[in-house]
Design a protein around this ligand. Structure first.
Ligand code: BES
Ligand code: MN
Ligand code: ZN
Length: 523
């Protein structure tokens, strides 16, 4: 299943003369005094890029916007008919918040504004963005942000409705971004990259949003393998027999309760000529549905556990983008997939499981299944050999409790955690480093095995940290690693906002791609 796609290209025609269905410009809010004549608070300030449009409105644009109730606040989109003043029949004015102290708004401000504008213009076929783009060293970041925001705001999951929806407006089909020189090679390269990156995010969203009965582990593995082969990646799929015989006790245990057996998909990208020699491993949690198993979850909200494969989707989609972007580092993804179900064949609390690296784990709660499949996949990544290991998963409700729905939790080797935080800041996917305390590890001592899967007292203290502490047991000392808990940020249950649509968000695809770039450039 693929959602309708949006195309994007550059133009350098004067925005006032562009033959499109709508033109998007930006407006800043100001904190200025109340206007003496109109009585309106402050004066709006049109952002750069809007000059020719403002001229066509004969200087009356900010006044008109104020009359229409515009505040310039982030996420606000005001649409007005242009009535022949400019070629496009509709003008959409998107709020950019207060005017930045530097030359241009932050990339994430532009990304969200572009997304909000494209969503507000659903139903229009062709839309042009005339947003403020600096012409200095920040130009590339700004252009990339506008392009990504527009492509992601134009996402809509195809869904399953059997009847046409007469009142539903189709997502914008084509976006043009107004730049000073559309033929500029650097600008073109940013657009090419943005298309690839947004394509990976959209693919992740599709995989997350698809119904869980349609994406059980064998089907998910087939979809990832097929996409991987089409992209030119090396693909290996371990089925339930290979997993059992290969010693993947964690994946086997979690998968054994379901009629749909588990899988481990390995995708490899090798740079031409060997590249820099650095090896990056990616691991993503692929629980296609998490009922909790024998330690079953409450019914309320359980449907959202169709998104418990968001880490797997992000890692697999990142690999598809890697195949296009061709970095000079080796990148290998390990994607364990299982459905966590209660049945007569389920694993149970009290079971002791031998993991891929030989460690024995005492199961205390079958709902802590993610770490079981991830431990095996991470140990396999280390056995194959890697320098950096990035693992991402919807691992704990504790992540949502401590950091909320926007900020991922990061645990691992200190330096790499900082790099993940920096990457997240750079792409607008915030992530916060968290510790791996000794007392949390102590609480996971098992009476019978090497480690308990969760705190033996079933105590929620340091809930998110228990996940990181457990996963550390499956990484060898020579590997720099980071665990990115995306339980909150990977799925958006509220109304669309900025470039986030309802459902899967695609976090942390853009962070992973940035990190691969970082390793490529800086080692
Ligand atoms: N998939 C869940 C975590 C989760 C919770 C993801 C909310 C997204 C939103 C995970 O498998 C889980 O069930 N974790 C338990 C761990 C506990 C049993 C130690 C949790 O968070 O309660
Ligand atoms: Mn669970
Ligand atoms: Zn889970």
């Amino acid at each position: 299943m693929t959602s309708p796609s949006t195309t994007l290209s550059l133009v350098d025609t004067d925005p006032a003369e562009l033959a499109v269905d709508a033109i998007v410009i930006g407006v800043h809010s100001t904190t200025g005094e109340q206007d003496a004549t109109s009585g309106l608070a402050g004066t709006l300030l049109l952002a750069s890029g809007a000059e020719s449009i403002a001229a066509a409105f004969d200087g009356k644009l900010t006044e008109t916007l104020a009359l229409l109730g515009a505040t310039g606040g982030p996420g606000e989109v005001i649409k007005l008919a242009t009535l022949g003043t400019v070629t496009a029949p509709v003008l959409a004015v998107v709020g950019l918040g207060a005017e930045p102290s530097g030359a241009a708004p932050a990339p994430e401000t532009l990304r969200r504004a572009a997304g909000a504008a494209v969503r507000a213009l659903a139903g229009a076929a062709r839309v042009a963005m005339a947003l403020p783009l600096p012409d200095d060293a920040d130009a590339a970041d700004a252009l990339r942000a506008v392009a990504e925001g527009a492509l992601l705001g134009g996402y809509r999951f195809a869904g399953y409705k059997t009847r046409p929806q007469p009142t539903r407006r189709e997502p914008v089909a084509e976006v043009l971004v107004a730049v000073p020189d559309a033929a500029d090679a650097a600008a073109q390269a940013e657009v090419t990259r943005a298309r690839t990156v947004a394509g990976a995010v959209r693919r992740t969203r599709d995989w997350v949003n698809i119904a869980p009965n349609e994406l059980r582990p064998p089907a998910f593995a087939d979809a990832v393998a097929e996409a991987g082969r089409a992209a030119g990646l090396e693909v290996e799929v371990l089925d339930e027999v290979a997993l059992r015989e290969g010693g993947y006790g964690g994946i086997t245990a979690v998968g054994q309760g379901s009629e749909a057996p588990p899988r481990l998909v390995k995708l490899t990208y090798t740079p031409d000529g060997g590249g820099t020699g650095k090896r990056v491993a990616l691991v993503g949690k692929g629980i296609t549905f998490d009922t909790g198993g024998i330690s079953i979850k409450p019914a309320q909200g359980m449907w959202e556990m169709k998104s418990d494969m968001a880490g797997a989707a992000a890692v697999a989609a990142t690999m598809l983008a890697v195949a296009e972007l061709k970095p000079s580092v080796t990148v290998t993804a390990y994607v364990p997939m299982a459905e966590n179900m209660p049945s007569g064949t389920s694993y149970r609390p009290g079971d002791v499981i031998t993991m891929f690296n030989g460690k024995k784990v005492e199961v205390l709660n079958t709902d802590a299944e993610g770490r079981m499949i991830l431990g095996d996949a991470m140990a396999r990544a280390c056995a194959d050999g890697c320098d950096y290991l990035f693992e991402t998963s919807t691992l704990t409700g504790g992540q949502v409790v401590s950091l909320g729905k926007r900020i991922s939790g990061v645990m691992g080797t200190a330096e790499l955690c900082e790099r993940v935080r920096d990457a997240g800041d750079a792409v607008g996917e915030p992530a916060w480093p968290m510790p791996l305390p000794d007392d949390v590890r102590k609480g996971m001592d098992s009476d019978v095995a090497d480690i308990s899967q969760v705190n033996a007292g079933m105590d929620r203290a340091g809930h998110m940290l228990q996940g990181g502490v457990f996963l550390r047991e499956f990484v060898t000392d020579d590997v720099a690693w980071a665990h990115i808990d995306i339980a909150g940020p990977s799925y958006h249950s509220g109304e669309a906002t900025g470039y986030w649509t309802k459902g899967g968000t695609g976090v942390p695809v853009r962070t992973l791609l940035h990190l691969i770039d970082d390793v490529d450039t800086n080692g």
